[in-house]
Every structure is written in C-alpha cells, then in structure tokens.
Design a binder for this molecule. Structure first.
Ligand code: BYC
Length: 476
C-alpha cells in the first residue's frame, strides 16, 4: 500500500522536489549551493547548440497517471528537480541477510561506504553521457531528433540531481565532496576521466548516439533495476522514478536504429547495391560494426563475471537482482551454485561457482536477452524490404576489456584467435577510421521543420501526439 505523500511538484520552488526540502533548511541550503555549480557545468560541458526553446517533457508528479507536462522550454531555464517515487511505509527488504526486515530510511553505518560508492558510480554516468553528446546538436538530422537529444540530456542532468540529493541528504560531508567531484571528472579527460570505461568513449555522430541510447542506456535500465530493489529505501524510490524517464531514452535508441536500417534498406533496394554511401546512406556492414562496438563496451559495464563486490552488495541488501521479486528461490543464495563463463587454456567454457559471486553475469544475461529484441526488430525491417542481409549481436566475449574475456582475442562469432591476429582484423569488426569519417561526412544539420537527413528515415509518429513536422525546437 502506498501513501499519497507529496505527489504534485511545486515549480515555484528554487529546486522543485517532492521530498519536502523546505522542512530541512540545512539540506536545502547545501543543495542551493550546489545548484549554481551544476548550472555552470551545464553551460560549460552541456549542449553546445544554443536554441530559443525546445519542446520538452518536464516531470510534474510521480504517480502513475499523467506524471509529465510537455511544452517549449528555454533550455537554461529547464527546472531540474528531485523526485522520488512514492513511499510504501510497509516495504520490507526483499533479499540478502536482512530479508524480511523493514527497508532502511537511513544508511546503516556498516554499509555507508559501499552504498556511497554505488551511488557515486551511478551518478558519474549521468553527466558523463551529457558530455559525450554535447556536440551532437550541431549535426541533428531533424528537429524531432534534436528535441529528443535535448530531452535525453536534461533528464540525464536530472538523474545527476537524483544521486546528488542522496549524497547530500544521507552521506554528510563526504557525500557533499563526492557531489562536487561529479562535476569535476569529465568524459574522456586524461587527468580525471569518468569512472566507467564506456563513459569515456566519444559519441561522435548520430549513429553512435542511437547505439549508445540503445545499448548503454539499457545497461542503465538494468543497473537501476537492481538498485530499485535496494534495502535503502530512498535509493530504491529514486531509481524507480528514474526508470520511468529512462524508457524514452531507450525508445530513442531503438527507433533511431530502426530508422537508419529502414533508410539503408530503401537505398539498397532502390540502387540494387550494398554500398549505399554514394546515395547518402550508411552501409549495413558499418551499422553492424557500430553495433559490435556499442554492445561490447556496454557489456564491460556489468563488471567481472565473478565478483566479490556484487556478492557483498547482495548479501548486505544494497543491490538486488533484476526483478528480484519474481525469482523463485530463497533470495539469499548462500547455498546455491551456478555456472559462469570462463576461458581455460584459451578455450571458452563455463565453470561452476557460488551463485552469489556470479550475479554480475546473471544481470548481463538478462541484458543480452533484452538487447536481442532490437536485433529481431531490425532484421524484420530487412526481411520486409526483401533483403537477405541480417544484423546480429556479437559473441559476449568479443572486444572485452573487463572480466574473464579481457586479453583473449574473441571474434564476433565466438572463435578464439591469437591477439595479434585479432588486432589485424579489428577494422572488419569495429568502426574503422574510414567508417567514422564516412559517417561523419553524412552528419549535416537538417533543421527545417518536416525535413530529414539522407541517411535516416523519418519517425512513424511524433512526440506527444504532435506530427513529425511540428516545430519541436525554435533555433536562435
Ligand atoms: N570500467 O568486482 P568487479 C547508466 C572496476 S549506466 C572501469 O568486477 P563490480 C547510464 C570496479 O569498479 C549504469 N572500471 O565489478 C547509461 C572494481 O573496482 P575496485 C551505471 C570498472 O563492482 C547511459 C573493479 O573494476 N550504474 O545509468 O562487481 C546514460 C572490479 O570490478 C568497470 C552502475 O553501474 C568498467 N566498466 O561491478 C546515462 C551501478 N567495471 O572496486 C546513464 C553501480 C568494473 O576494485 N555500479 N570496474 O576499485 C555497480 O553496480 C558496479 O560498480 C559495477 C561493477 C556493475 C559497475
């Protein structure tokens, strides 16, 4: 049963929120001191294209019905707020050693540093993605896409706020220091990079953006899904609401790739060739190489297949499994074993291990199966166009830097080959400098309402019932 709590959000407050910030003056002041630093970061590291206004969704409530408003917003005036899903006062811990006990409203001292670490890692990814995408507005293929880019960016900014709120409210001085550092590390920086690998990779063009929002945002979905299970109730409620916003980000990825594949298929049919570059399209083999890259770097985000960190998080109740409530077992996992990927004498195999230690792989397996749905969709588009070509997910060991496959040359179809040989073939499997240059050469801004770039099909519907031709963005 959930309490009605404060469900609608007051936008006259300096920091819109549904956590009754006004009742805690110290916290409010600390966050108000962080706010100008955030805005400074947004101006410095956020979108480089300046606009008059953008048709954006803004959260106005956290309930099931009608939680968002749509309207044109002048971007610097976007109101980033703190919104947690409603509290269930009866919620109990669903897994680990504390299963069945009431969920925590405060951080237990013994789990302070582990929880803080999880929140910092999550928080670090959000501004990183905004930094990675900052120049894309300059080459948007349509106003519709430009609007989606900004929507994703402002919500990633809000997700940073979500983590900063937790750090400020529950982790004292250390939390405040971590909140400052979240604005100081930067994607790709040589001196102070973002924490996780994928968030230091460039997102140089719109195909990369669609791939990122399909594959990397989907890691976000799965990681947030496990943190939503957390015994620490404010984290759980925060993640629950973030997941609501996250769905649109993955929609941008899924339909973005749909539209690129659709356009490529049209050009292949019209000109009876796989080389659609002369006609302003992106060849399928290039799409496949982008897919290989983004899938493999996103797999690294799950950590090692075998991890004592994840076992400790689970036992402590900090991080659960995907859809923990639906699992039919004891939710403690102290006595069970499972199988985990292994590379033994250069051969890909599986070994038995305690279930607790292999929870990163468990989550990764769920993720891979979800990723497969996109491939099925895209192949349907190819089949409907009468083409025999198909896209596929590469083997999970391909191009890995983290975990058991790191340092082994695994081909996309799962063969192990010597590393030097792998390096020699790299450009067949991953975007080559030529691919990147060719895709970059297609990235011209198309910013007239109703117009679309040559390499991508228009969307089948617009945003919030508006047509594709709608003036989603007013430019300066
Ligand atoms: N890069 O025990 P291990 C999102 C480190 S995306 C660099 O195998 P663990 C979003 C690891 O920290 C979701 N380092 O890993 C998407 C550890 O270091 P220590 C983000 C890495 O801890 C798009 C060591 O290697 N949220 O929201 O079991 C747009 C051994 O690690 C990497 C989260 O990730 C890497 N890829 O699992 C916007 C949730 N992987 O301890 C947003 C919070 C591992 O030896 N994070 N390392 O110093 C976690 O749950 C876990 O920390 C991880 C790693 C799943 C990331």
């Amino acid at each position: 049963m959930s309490t009605p709590a404060t469900t609608s959000i007051d936008y006259t407050e300096r920091i819109p929120n549904n956590v009754d910030l006004a009742s805690d003056r110290r916290l409010q002041r600390a966050l108000e001191a962080w706010q100008p630093k955030f805005l400074h970061w947004w101006n410095d590291m956020g979108p480089t294209l300046h606009t008059e206004d953008v048709y954006l969704r803004t959260a106005v409530a956290v309930g099931r019905e009608g939680w968002a408003n749509f309207g044109h917003v002048h971007l610097p005036e976007y109101r980033w707020g703190i919104f947690l899903a409603e509290r269930n006062p009866d919620r109990t811990i669903g897994f680990g050693a504390h299963r069945g006990e009431p969920a925590w409203q405060q951080v237990p001292g013994e789990f302070r540093s582990a929880l803080q670490r999880l929140i910092v890692i999550q928080g670090d990814t959000e501004p990183a993605s905004v930094e990675q995408q900052r120049h894309l507005g300059l080459t948007a293929p349509s106003l519709y896409d430009l609007r989606n880019l900004f929507q994703v960016n402002v919500e990633e900014g809000r997700h940073l706020w979500a983590m900063v709120y937790l750090l400020h409210a529950y982790f004292g001085r250390q939390g405040r220091e971590e909140a400052e550092s979240l604005l100081l590390r930067n994607s790709g920086s040589a001196d102070s990079p973002r924490i996780l690998g994928a968030f230091n990779e460039p997102t140089p063009d719109w195909l990369a953006f669609y791939m990122f929002t399909y594959f990397t945002d989907r890691d976000g979905k799965y990681q947030l899904g496990t943190l939503k299970e957390s015994a620490f109730d404010p984290l759980s409620r925060t993640c629950e609401f973030m997941l609501k916003e996250e769905a649109h980000h993955m929609f941008v990825g899924t339909t973005g790739i749909d539209r690129v594949v659709t356009r490529t298929a049209q050009l292949m049919r019209a000109h009876d060739t796989a080389d659609v570059r002369p006609f302003g399209g992106i060849p399928l083999e290039v799409i496949q190489r982008y897919l290989n890259f983004h899938f493999s770097v996103s797999l690294d985000l799950f950590g090692s297949e075998t991890s004592t960190n994840v076992a400790n998080y689970y036992t402590a109740g900090l991080k659960g499994r995907w859809q923990e409530g639906r699992r039919r077992d004891d939710h403690q996992l102290t006595a069970s074993t499972g199988v985990v990927d292994a590379v033994v004498h250069g051969r890909l195999t599986e070994v038995e291990a305690p279930t607790l230690l292999v929870l990163n792989q468990d989550l990764r397996t769920e993720y891979i199966s979800d990723c497969g749905n996109g491939v099925v969709r895209w192949n349907r588009i190819l089949a409907a166009a009468g083409l025999d070509d198909r896209l596929q997910l590469p083997h999970r060991g391909f191009n890995r830097k983290v975990g058991v496959y790191a340092g082994t040359g695994v081909t996309p179809d799962g063969q192990v080959i010597p590393e030097e040989e792998w390096e020699r073939q790299r450009d067949r499997w991953l975007p080559s400098p030529d691919d990147l240059a060719n895709v970059a050469s297609l990235m011209h801004p198309v910013l007239e309402p109703g117009k679309i770039a040559s390499w991508v099909a228009p969307p089948s519907t617009g945003i919030n019932g508006q047509p594709f031709e709608y003036e989603y963005v007013h430019l300066r």
